[in-house]
Design a protein. Structure first.
Length: 256
């Protein structure tokens, strides 16, 4: 299924790779112009090149979601390039693997500032631009680890869980706060997606698959395109009566 985003403009953070890149390519293929934002300009430019190769339109910006001035610059650049912004995808994030008894405060701050505070900063800097164009939609990237802890699988990350649990409630709060501006806010919660995002976990490898196959109901690892499809739906008019929700895209992980 394809959704119509013709004439729309999307700004996507962390779009230089993985789910962010897949989402940029998906939205561009469905008619949206895409502002590709990443902390690595070269990666953002590679995504824009891929968009152009598919016949779409994109522009690259480098920005750290923790830096308000850099986000302002990317926002202004997108408006200068396309005239307006309709969609925001808060995709930028990171994970670090440290158990609670070894977790340093600076690592805690890095993860929370990037995954949660960064989402607040970006949304605060963009929502008025979206509102000024009549409203639109925001999708935040959460994870099934906002609901469950998988440290028993060898991936201790209490700071990551805390940040993504915060994303779930921040999404609800944003949905309430921004409804008066005609902006819907939802989240997607990916499960085991083959992106290389988790250090040492290539979910497409036989070894990694053995570690998760008893958890999922769909017999494969997820792909970035699976998440991009869910994001496209939540941004689209087909989801016009959905806000404040978190959509699991997890192959059934949370079902048991």
């Amino acid at each position: 299924m394809s959704f119509d985003h013709s004439g729309r403009v999307a700004l996507i953070t962390g779009a230089g790779s993985g789910i962010g890149r897949a989402t940029a390519l998906r939205l561009a293929s469905e008619g949206a112009a895409v502002a590709v934002v990443d902390v690595r300009l070269e990666a953002a430019e590679e995504t824009v090149a891929a968009i152009a190769a598919g016949g779409g339109t994109g522009v690259a910006f480098d920005a750290d979601v923790r830096d308000r001035s850099e986000i302002e610059s990317a926002r202004n650049g997108a408006v200068n390039a396309f005239g307006h912004i309709d969609y925001l995808v808060n995709n930028a994030g990171l994970v670090r693997m440290s158990a609670l008894d070894e977790l340093a405060e600076d690592e805690w701050d890095l993860v929370l500032d990037t995954n949660l505070k960064g989402m607040f900063v970006v949304t605060q800097e963009l929502f008025r631009v979206i509102a000024d164009n009549g409203g639109g939609a925001i999708v935040n990237l959460s994870t099934i680890e906002a609901e469950v802890v998988v440290a028993s699988r060898g991936f201790p990350q209490p700071h990551y869980n805390a940040s993504k649990g915060g994303v779930k409630m921040l999404t609800k709060a944003m949905a309430v706060e921004l409804a008066k501006f005609n902006i819907r806010v939802n989240a997607v919660a990916p499960g085991a997606i083959a992106t290389g995002f988790v250090p040492g976990a290539d979910w497409s490898s036989p070894e990694a698959w053995d570690s998760i196959k008893d958890r999922v109901l769909v017999p494969r690892a997820g792909e970035p395109e699976d998440v991009a499809a869910g994001i496209s739906f939540l941004l689209s008019e087909d989801a016009s009566y959905i806000t404040g929700a978190q959509l699991p895209i997890d192959g059934g992980w949370l079902a048991r």
